[in-house]
Ligand binder design. Structure first.
Ligand code: ZN
Length: 197
C-alpha cells in the first residue's frame, strides 16, 4: 500500500523518514538516523513492522544497447552468469534499481567456452557491453577490451593483481585465471563503488 504521507515517486537519496519512525527496508538505506531511497521508485510502508520500502519504478533499467557497463558477477549457472549492473562507464552514477544482466557462456569470450572455471568467479567485476536492454538485459564480455577488471582470491578474498598472464593473490600467493579485460579501458580506480547500498 502507498503511504499518503510519502511521495508517489522518489529518487535515490530522497529522504523518506526518521529511523525512529520506520525500519529501513528494501530499496532504502539508513544514514545517521535518517532513511533515504536507494532506488528510483514508489515508497510504501509495510504496516506489519513499519518498514519503509521503495519499489523500483520498473524493471527497465536506464541502459541502452551498446552501452559499456560495470557489472558484478552474482551467480554462475551452467550456461549463464547472473550479474548486477553497477553503472555505465560514461557516467559515474549508479544505474537505478540495480538491474540484473545475464551473460550467456557463449558471450563470455571469443571462441568456445566449456565452463566458467578460468573465466569468471562470483564477486568479480566485469566490464561488459549491453547486447540487449529489454525486456531483459543481456551482456557480452567477448571482445578483447571487455572482461574481468577486478577479482578477489577464491581462497582468502584478497584483491588479485596481475602477474604475467595470471592473477596472483598478494596475500596468500594463490594463482587464478580469468577472462581479463585487455588493452585500453576506462580507469579502474574510477569505476563505481561496488558495495554501496
Ligand atoms: Zn589469497
Amino acid at each position: 500500500m502507498t503511504d499518503p504521507e510519502l511521495p508517489k515517486l522518489v529518487l535515490p537519496g530522497d529522504y523518506l523518514g526518521a529511523a525512529e519512525q520506520f525500519l529501513p527496508g528494501r530499496g532504502t538505506y539508513e544514514d545517521r538516523g535518517r532513511i533515504y531511497a536507494s532506488v528510483l521508485g514508489t515508497p510504501r510502508v509495510d504496516p506489519r513492522d513499519s518498514s519503509v520500502h521503495v519499489d523500483p519504478k520498473n524493471s527497465i533499467p536506464s541502459v541502452e544497447e551498446g552501452d559499456l557497463v560495470y557489472a558484478r558477477v552474482e551467480e554462475l549457472k551452467t550456461a549463464m552468469a547472473i550479474c548486477t549492473i553497477l553503472g555505465t562507464t560514461t557516467s559515474r552514477r549508479r544505474v537505478p534499481g540495480d538491474p540484473e544482466g545475464t551473460i550467456h557462456i557463449s558471450k563470455a569470450k571469443e571462441g568456445y567456452t566449456e565452463s566458467w572455471s578460468g573465466e569468471f568467479a562470483v564477486g568479480d567485476i566485469v566490464l561488459a557491453r549491453i547486447l540487449q536492454s529489454r525486456p531483459s538485459v543481456k551482456l557480452s564480455t567477448a571482445a578483447g577490451p571487455l572482461g574481468v577488471v577486478s577479482a578477489r582470491c577464491q581462497v582468502c578474498h584478497g584483491l588479485l593483481t596481475l602477474g604475467g598472464k595470471e592473477l596472483v593473490c598478494p596475500r596468500c600467493g594463490h594463482h587464478e585465471r580469468r577472462k581479463l579485460a585487455q588493452g585500453p579501458r576506462p580507469d579502474l580506480a574510477e569505476r563505481p563503488h561496488a558495495g554501496a547500498a
